[in-house]
Ligand binder design. Structure first.
Ligand SMILES: Nc1ncnc2c1ncn2[C@@H]1O[C@H](COP(=O)(O)OP(=O)(O)O)[C@@H](O)[C@H]1O
Ligand SMILES: [Mg+2]
Length: 211
């Protein structure tokens, strides 16, 4: 039995809390913390899509790998790669990253990260239910480079998983998802920051989650 109840979670979403694996610093454990059925349904759907990805995906740089379940004092735990920065700090979400953008260099880094994410999803035929900034982690691989990692809402409805069967439908779904994603308020605000006034100012220091 793995003890998590004495730890502060790395992050909390609508259904799940994410903890550092106490026995493996490279992994995290997600538990479902709310009582309703939808959390379990969501995770089952996501894991079915992971099984689909496991059949062909070679490049896992944009998605944490999944390693099965463990028993914890907070119930069944689902084990994934933990997403941390090059200096070992927990990576911030894209929402936090966008909210912290102050200067032109920050916005340029954000634009690069978005380009990387779009290319990754496109090249690897990956779809998500929705694409939201709080479900994407910005893994800093150096002072100036960020690799976005999608940590939630991966996959599609199992009822008719059309985008998993057809590349054409996958592309169409990706285009719709991306258009909606780019309308998210955090991204609109950061990307809409006026150029000029802040040009040449120092780049931000991204603060990490408090662990
Ligand atoms: N693989 C991971 N490594 C590090 N932090 C993570 C990871 N997955 C999720 N998190 C953090 O935990 C939060 C909640 O996880 P998430 O899977 O989004 O839960 P939910 O499905 O309830 O929304 C995320 O917003 C993120 O801050
Ligand atoms: Mg989430």
């Amino acid at each position: 039995m793995i003890h998590l109840s004495n730890q502060t979670p790395l992050g909390t979403g609508r259904h799940r809390q994410c903890y550092t694996h106490p026995e493996n610093a490279q992994r995290c454990i997600k538990i479902i913390y709310n009582a309703d059925e939808s959390g379990l349904k969501e995770i089952k759907r996501e894991l079915r899509y992971y099984a689909h990805l496991a059949r062909y995906l070679k490049d896992w740089s944009g998605i944490p790998q999944y390693y099965g379940t463990v028993e914890t004092d907070l119930g069944t735990g689902y084990v994934y790669d933990i997403i941390t920065d090059f200096d070992g700090k927990p990576s911030v979400t894209l929402k936090e990253f966008a909210d912290q953008c102050r200067y032109e260099q920050d916005v340029a880094m954000l634009r690069e990260a978005l380009k990387t994410l779009r290319r990754y999803l496109h090249d690897n035929h990956i779809v998500t239910m929705t694409l939201k900034p709080q479900n994407i982690l910005c893994r800093r691989i150096s002072e100036s480079e960020v690799v976005p990692v999608v940590c939630d809402n991966i996959g599609e409805s199992t009822l008719i998983p059309l985008a998993s069967w057809s590349v054409w439908l996958c592309r169409r779904k990706q285009a719709r998802l991306w258009a909606r994603f780019m309308q998210q308020p955090a991204l609109v605000a950061a990307l809409g920051m006026s150029e000029g006034s802040q040009k040449g100012s120092p780049s931000m220091t991204l603060t990490s989650h408090k662990v």
